[in-house]
Write a protein that binds this ligand. Structure first.
Ligand code: GAL
Length: 668
């Protein structure tokens, strides 16, 4: 950004307020130290009041005013809400539900992504808009649409597109039939037109009866369609505004779209952070989401919408406590956010989001939440010089992809099986240790990491299995768990004894397994380091081959089977856990052992509720400490280092106020 300053700003809707209010809003933003606004992402009807008639004058005026105050602008293409005229003239633009009925116009995100008219008009408004603002020096970037994800349309056009997509992917019907295993139930297809809409969600009486292989491709197709839709816009914006960046506001751990694919056409990823305001608790999810978002392109991201107050549509949640808004910003900054935009500036007096509170109340007055946001802006301004080139560097990677999530959603195997939850058991334990983590697509190169975790690795390709073997052989530490390597990339089950392609590297075989419903097994630690815990939900009946058993079972029929194994393979170790443990303390122990194996040590020892993360580059190493509790806490830190917010040198004990943060420069 300008002079290397970080961007801090708000999502602003000038079209919601009387024109005369703008000057006062800008004045308040300026006083708060904001230097950026995002605008227009729902203003299609304002910019194109009737088909082919454009009006950008109102936005020109506002952008000029921002320019006078040195506040930059990002514009959103407005395609998440189609104007009423569009829906009326081109009814096929509205998405079709799975029962064949059509969504009624009147909300947002209700369009069919295949409809030719919708596609044409979406591309055209993006084109007109980016052409109009192309030469405006104050517009620096673009957001495509808003939170792409749905709906999943069931119209004939979408079906034809799905058939075409399958044809492009498989080439011949023989290869499609083989990839999907269509011999089962006699579902062999003899023409592409015979492909039908699958019932994968289990919403109808028929329940989830569709072929899992078909369901996985149906999900992939849904992403491909939206990537295509977004690409139309990206192309015209790049043509008109080659200097501007293009991003999209994603939803963190949301998993209906493959965000890796959606991110490919973007310069960087943005996301919308809405931690839940329940009882104050440790927001593991927001950290994990940040790391997932950073992982998509392996680079820093922006927060495009940051919770600014009590949220809710029908009912609202509690108010934020002093320091709470500030610390959720630092949490994102610490994980690689390079800019942060509050949602929203002022609380709307109209519409569905009347109770979704902004920095300012309905009354437009600047109060406590505004002051806290201003404090963040001042502090970020000061921190900028240390942070601009830094990012998070990790020795630990977690493999994360959408196909595993989808395949498991479609067929969990046992009640409660959820890939993101499985990952979070490990992630949260690493969080409690203050260890930086990178999320990687399984196809990405993970050979440079010391420890690679792959919970929920249901689908394993031959290439991935080979990469895992090579990684461990060369000295890496790898850990996976139950239901690993069951499926092929087209969601067929391998005709191998589990863990299939990973059997050799893990040094175990699993001839049998079971879902556990409401009973548990007592686990029996063989290695004295481990305490005794209960195995729940599922168990692999593991027979160790080359591997060593670290934990077994204390049940008469399970004595011969292992629950946790570790295998030396080449210079490294491969771990396997065959069950789920309720108690997070188990994962703390397991992570401690894995870190030991990988020779990774935490920078600081953390009291419960404090988060640590490090950003670094060639020059600087900056340690963030964030207190997620309402108690004052003290932490042992390296002495005589500069704390960048207070400009004070550290003692060995560092005090954190309730919801307090510390930013410590570790450089010598
Ligand atoms: C986000 C969305 C915003 C706003 C906000 C509050 O998901 O992008 O436009 O709706 O939620 O509901």
């Amino acid at each position: 950004s300008d002079e290397g300053k970080m961007y801090v700003g708000v999502d602003y809707y000038p079209e919601h307020w009387p024109e005369e209010r703008v000057d006062q809003d800008i004045k308040l933003m300026k006083e708060a130290g904001f230097n950026l606004v995002r605008m227009a992402e729902f203003a299609w009807v304002k910019m194109e009041p009737s088909e082919g008639v454009y009006d950008f004058g109102w936005l020109d005026k506002v952008i000029d005013k921002f320019q006078q105050q040195g506040i930059k602008v990002i514009l959103g293409t407005p395609t998440a809400v189609m104007p009423a005229w569009l829906a009326r003239k081109y009814p096929a633009a509205m998405a079709t539900n799975d029962d064949g009925s059509q969504i009624d116009w009147g909300g947002r995100k209700n369009n069919c992504f295949s409809d030719g008219n919708y596609r044409r008009l979406s591309e055209r408004i993006a084109d007109e808009m980016s052409e109009h603002f192309a030469n405006h020096p104050n517009v620096i970037g673009w957001q495509t649409d808003n939170e792409l994800s749905g709906p999943i349309c069931h119209c004939q056009r979408c079906l034809a597109n799905f058939q075409d997509w399958l044809k492009a992917k498989y080439g011949t019907l023989d290869s499609l039939n083989a990839a999907w295993g269509n011999h089962f139930w006699g579902l062999t297809l003899h023409s592409w037109q015979e492909v039908t809409f699958p019932d994968c969600e289990g919403e109808s009486d028929w329940g989830k009866i569709a072929n899992p292989s078909l369901c996985l491709d149906w999900k992939r197709f849904h992403t491909a369609l939206q990537v295509d839709f977004q690409r139309d816009q990206v192309k015209v914006i790049r043509k008109n505004c080659p200097e501007d960046f293009i991003t999209h506001n994603m939803m963190g751990l949301h998993n209906n779209v493959d965000y890796y694919k959606l991110a490919e056409d973007l310069d960087f990823v943005s996301w919308d952070n809405y931690p839940v305001w329940n009882k104050p608790e440790i927001p593991y999810g927001s950290s994990m989401a940040a790391d997932v978002m950073r992982g998509l392109k392996q680079k820093n991201f922006w927060i495009m919408e940051q919770t600014a107050g009590p949220v809710g549509w029908g009912e609202f949640a509690r108010n934020t406590r002093p320091g709470e808004l500030r610390k959720i910003c630092y949490q994102q900054l610490a994980h690689g956010a390079d800019a942060q935009v509050w949602f929203r500036w002022r609380t709307s007096t109209a519409g569905r989001e009347q109770y979704w509170h902004g920095l300012l109340g309905h009354d437009g007055k600047a109060g406590r939440r505004y002051e806290e946001a201003a404090q963040v802006a001042r502090e970020y301004d000061k921190l900028s010089e240390y942070l601009t080139e830094t990012t998070v560097k990790s020795k630990v990677a977690i493999l994360y992809d959408y196909e595993n999530i989808w395949a498991t959603q479609n067929q969990p195997g046992f009640a409660g099986n959820d890939v993101q939850k499985a990952i979070s058991r490990y992630y949260n334990a690493l969080f409690r240790k203050g260890i930086n983590v990178d999320f990687l697509h399984p196809d990405y190169d993970f050979s440079g990491y010391d420890l690679v975790l792959a919970p929920g690795l249901h689908i394993v390709s031959k290439e991935l299995a080979a990469n895992i073997e090579a990684f461990v052989e060369a000295g890496g530490v790898f850990a996976t768990e139950y239901r690993a390597a069951v499926k092929t990339p087209t969601n067929l089950v391998y005709d191998l004894t589990l863990p299939g392609l990973l059997r050799e590297v893990l040094g175990i075989q699993i001839p049998e397994y079971e879902a556990m419903g409401d009973f548990t097994y007592r686990m029996e630690p063989i290695e004295p380091d481990f305490k005794s815990y209960d195995a729940t939900m599922y168990s692999d009946w593991i027979i160790p081959e080359a591997a060593q058993t670290l934990i077994g079972y204390d049940e008469w029929h399970m004595k011969d089977y292992a629950a946790l194994t570790r295998n030396q393979f080449g210079k490294g170790h491969a771990w396997y856990l065959g069950t789920i443990v309720d108690d997070p303390a188990f994962y703390d122990q397991l992570i401690a052992r894995l870190l030991d194996d990988a020779e990774i040590e935490p920078e600081v020892e953390l009291p419960a509720g404090v988060e640590a993360s490090i950003r670094q580059d060639e020059q600087h190493q900056v340690l963030f400490l964030i207190n997620h509790t309402e108690n004052e806490l003290s932490i042992k830190v390296p002495e005589n280092k500069l704390e960048l917010i207070s400009d004070r040198k550290t003692n060995s004990d560092f005090q954190l106020k309730p919801f307090g943060v510390g930013v410590i420069l570790l450089d010598d």
